[in-house]
Design a protein around this ligand. Structure first.
Ligand SMILES: [Zn+2]
Length: 405
């Protein structure tokens, strides 16, 4: 069993000890086991410590079968029997602040509102706790946040005591103990009593501050997001930077920003609507112009055609429909060259005798493509092996032949 220095003193950042053994996992990761260590292994919701052993970076620390394995970037060179360990204190102290902050906030929710914490996650940027309630109001969250920060300001001691489970049962514990023999109780006198194996600062004041950010419903609970310690300042800084940028983009101070953004969105929607209306008018004008260019086909039907480059095919569908709704004897064909495709749209009015559906296979064969539709409307496309204009000439002949044969 490795002696856990972080239990004697959570503030040890440098230590010297002897190597018990060096090993290698099946996946090739080298690890080292020490007689004693200040490196905290992943556990109880707290991530592992980083740092170095004889200058070699420690990438992971896990407790396996009672021994603490320090995973290294590379094996420690030579025949070293002792190592010097250095803990990445910024990372560790952040974990201590967050971890202790979670104890305080959970206790505050229990004390102020009788809400039980059922799970905890310490993430890279934010922390979450799941509270055993279905909904929560901001005033409630605020009560717990205020109480938590009051406990921090009062600089209450955070003590740890080892005892048997029976002895621990005499304390007003927040939740059932996870271990049955030796229990490590983390105590904020007259406020919180918890069985916990994590690292904590000596005083609540070192947590600095707690800020609730948001919450959401999650599997019948409330999942609450918050930050503690230096992360509060980091969050404030990040959010402030975003606000500063938005102030300049929206040309509006913070308190008027929401209105400015809403106005901008409403204006954009209005303009989109106007553009759609104008497009519709343009299309109607274009339809009128094309109707004036109708040429006789056969049996009283007329032919209207258009050849285009780079034009949305949806627009041409709309245009064709517009024309045949108005000119019932018209047969309309549009061909458009878009990127590496030649697309075709055909429509006919009620009084034209042609059947576009039966012509479709022959038309789309001209471009090695495919398409289909109904008797009065077809569309499809293929390769640009022929110009749009030449294709329309061939289609015109097919339409005449269909009636005269
Ligand atoms: Zn703890």
């Amino acid at each position: 069993m490795t002696k856990k220095l972080y239990y004697d003193d959570a503030y040890i950042t440098r230590f010297e000890t002897s190597i018990t053994r060096q090993g290698q996992e099946e996946d090739g990761r080298p690890f080292i086991v020490l007689e004693e260590t200040a490196f905290y292994p992943t556990g109880g919701g707290q991530p592992f410590d980083e740092g170095t052993l004889n200058g070699t970076p420690v990438t992971d620390v896990e407790e396996v079968d009672g021994e603490i394995r320090h995973y290294l970037e590379t094996r420690i060179a030579g025949r070293a029997e002792t190592v010097t360990g250095k803990i990445d204190w910024t990372r560790r102290f952040d974990h201590m602040q967050q971890h202790a902050g979670q104890h305080i906030l959970s206790a505050a929710f229990a004390e102020a509102l009788d809400y039980e914490t059922v799970s905890f996650h310490l993430g890279k940027d934010i922390l979450t706790i799941d509270l055993a309630v279905e909904r929560m109001k901001w005033e409630d969250a605020q009560k717990a946040e205020e109480l938590a920060n009051e406990v921090i300001r009062k600089a209450r001691p955070i003590e740890t005591k080892w005892m048997t489970a029976e002895e621990a049962a005499a304390y007003p514990l927040r939740k059932d103990l996870a271990v049955s023999d030796q229990v490590r109780l983390v105590i904020i006198p007259d406020f919180d009593y918890n069985g916990c194996g994590g690292t904590h600062p000596r005083s609540t004041s070192e947590v600095g501050a707690i800020k609730i950010l948001d919450w959401e419903k999650h599997k019948g609970h409330i999942r609450l997001q918050f930050v503690c310690g230096d992360r509060v300042l980091r969050q404030l800084h990040e959010k402030n930077e975003v606000l500063k940028e938005l102030t300049s983009v929206l040309q509006s101070p913070q308190d008027k920003m929401k209105d400015a953004a809403s106005q901008l969105i409403a204006k954009a929607k209005d303009q989109e609507k106007q553009i759609a209306e104008l497009k519709q008018e343009l299309l109607k004008d274009e339809a009128k112009e094309l109707q004036g260019m109708a040429m006789p086909l056969a049996n009283g039907a007329t032919f209207i055609k258009g050849a285009y480059q780079n034009r949305p095919v949806q627009e041409l569908q709309q245009l064709a429909r517009e024309i045949v709704a108005d000119t019932e004897e018209a047969v309309v064909f549009f061909a458009v060259h878009n990127a590496d495709k030649l697309q075709v749209v055909g429509a006919k009015g009620k009084k034209a005798d042609q059947n576009l559906k039966t012509l479709a296979p022959a038309i789309f064969a001209l471009v090695n493509g495919k398409g289909g539709g109904r008797e009065d409307f077809i569309q499809g496309g293929g390769e640009p092996v022929i110009s749009p204009q030449a294709l329309l000439d061939k289609v015109e002949n097919m339409l005449i032949e269909q009636i005269t044969n």
